[in-house]
Design a protein around this ligand. Structure first.
Ligand code: FES
Length: 106
């Protein structure tokens, strides 16, 4: 597998918060030095990608944040704000623990 984690962030809100969340996560990946990792001698990336609606709009358009999903775990987050980026990167991508307060059921 090419990616350690692959994140898809919904950018279908009028506010543009999804784009801000994606930018904040990319910034944190650089800051926390988790953009690419050496796993079992192979280089693997944590990739962030913006997408249209992820079909969990209640978690996206009703609050002030964005929905996103992290693979390969298939963990869904809702109402994510740019300020949550540090926790998602550190706790989930770095330590492999989902950020409980943001997890939603798909
Ligand atoms: S608008 Fe974000 S999931 Fe539908």
């Amino acid at each position: 597998m090419k990616y350690q984690h692959h994140l898809f962030v919904c950018t279908n809100q009028k506010s543009g918060v999804g784009s801000d969340v994606a930018k904040a996560i990319k910034k944190e990946l650089k800051k926390q030095d988790l953009k690419s990792l050496l796993v079992g001698g192979k280089k693997r990336k944590n990739r962030v990608q913006t997408v249209g609606c992820l079909d969990v709009c209640k978690q996206c358009k009703k609050g002030n944040g964005a929905a996103l999903v992290v693979y390969p775990e298939g963990v869904w987050y809702g109402n994510v704000q740019p300020r949550d980026a540090a926790d998602i990167v550190h706790q989930h991508l770095g330590e492999g623990q989902a950020v409980g307060r943001l997890v939603i059921e798909k």
